[in-house]
Ligand binder design. Structure first.
Ligand code: FNR
Length: 368
């Protein structure tokens, strides 16, 4: 029998329900990774290589999970990352994630390729609620400039430029399912000559500029006051270059394992990056985010111990939304909050600014 919402006790439970209730092609688009899906699986299992070194006899009577991301105070250190085509999972689409994010005071990153229009998603937020924009850069920079200016005008507080997708990865589950309805907003944002024979991902991505390079970044910095964050950085050399180029943040990410198979997990890259930044005393020059495979609050805590400002979570909220709508998203976020409060207590920390590398044993990661 199908579990009820109250019988979902962790983020994985939503995935199991979504798999049973979703259309096969929609499930294929959300759940697939590139090639053999080695990176997709590694994203979560990499967290299993890190163990805790908890402190004892600290006063953990009161736990405060709040922190600040790009100047915005949030209640818990995760954000809802950008995932395209929300209406594949639920007819209302991304606005459900907007409402869930509001309820838990977390930030939502709006995807370029949302199913709802950008304005619908902004209109769905409360006045005090913060959103960011994920940007796929169009070959036609006039279109890209219009998107950026409009996002800034509508109050977006961060511009996340996706840099790991000069070409969309080969997601074979998705390709086999030949999705037929990619939605109207997607065609407006540039999915011009849509070829549906290669799955949803291929159909919507033909406008993305594969010639985007470091030389273009100063232009982005010049056309907006929003902080700019590069989403999809995968090695320390590029974090250094990002700092030198003047951007305000990076997301260590492999796009949920949907792009380059055998890319390393974000947490593995974080363990490579932070010691180098600390050695240069550059750790405060940039905000570092991590996404991919985060399913437990202990994953969030591990990333923060290693130096992340916050983490992005993608599929779990899509699956919660597909299985149960807004109540599902609400419960998924609440479960994470409850898990995090308990685990903070068990490692002996009452605030996230107390999380530090001495609280984890990373000898299982390959960087050690
Ligand atoms: C994504 N992701 C993504 N990233 C991006 O920059 N633009 C996009 O349009 C999308 N679309 C998208 C669709 C779907 C269905 C998924 C699952 C992912 C990647 C996303 O932002 C993030 O990097 C990963 O989803 C994080 O991994 P988890 O949490 O899904 O494991």
């Amino acid at each position: 029998r199908m579990p009820t919402l109250e019988q979902c006790y962790n983020l994985m439970d939503f995935e199991a329900v979504a798999r049973r209730v979703m259309k096969k092609s929609a499930w294929a688009y959300y759940s697939s990774g590139a090639d053999d899906e080695i990176t997709m699986r590694e994203n979560h299992s990499a967290y299993h290589k890190i163990w805790f070194r908890p402190r004892i006899l600290e006063d953990v009577g009161k736990i405060d999970l709040s922190t600040t991301m790009l100047g915005t105070k949030v209640d818990i250190p995760f954000y809802v990352t950008a995932t395209a085509l929300g209406k594949l999972g639920n007819p209302e689409g991304e606005v459900i994630l907007t409402r869930g994010a509001k309820k838990h005071n977390v930030i939502q990153m709006i995807p370029t390729l949302a199913s709802c229009s950008f304005d619908e998603i902004v209109d769905a937020k409360e006045d005090d609620q913060v959103q960011w924009l994920q940007l796929y850069v169009n070959k036609d920079r006039a279109i890209t400039k219009r998107i950026i200016e409009h996002a800034e005008k509508r109050g977006c507080k961060g511009l996340f430029i996706t840099v790991d997708a000069p070409q969309l990865g080969r997601r074979e589950k998705d390709m086999r399912s030949k999705y037929s309805d990619v939605g109207s907003n997607v065609q407006e944002t540039g999915g011009d000559n849509v070829d549906r024979s290669q799955g949803a991902a291929r159909a919507i991505s033909s406008f993305i500029d594969p010639s985007l390079s470091w030389k273009d970044i100063p232009w982005f910095l010049s056309v907006t006051k929003m902080p700019i964050i590069l989403k999809g950085v995968q090695r320390v050399e590029d974090v250094i270059r990002a700092i030198e180029t003047g951007v305000q943040g990076v997301v260590l990410s492999n796009h949920g394992g949907r792009q380059l198979d055998f890319a390393r997990s974000g947490i593995e890259v974080l363990a490579e990056v932070m010691p180098v930044l600390r050695e240069r005393n550059w750790q405060d020059r940039i905000e570092i985010y991590v996404d991919g495979g985060i399913r437990r609050a202990t994953d969030i805590i591990k990333a923060l111990c290693l130096g992340a400002t916050g983490v992005g979570i993608g599929r779990p909220f899509l699956f919660a939304m597909s299985a149960y709508g807004l109540p599902g998203v609400d419960r998924a976020m609440q479960l994470l909050k409850d898990e995090m409060e308990m685990n903070m207590r068990l490692i002996g920390c009452s605030r996230v600014d107390q999380l530090n590398p001495t609280l984890v044993d990373c000898r299982g990661l390959s960087m050690h």
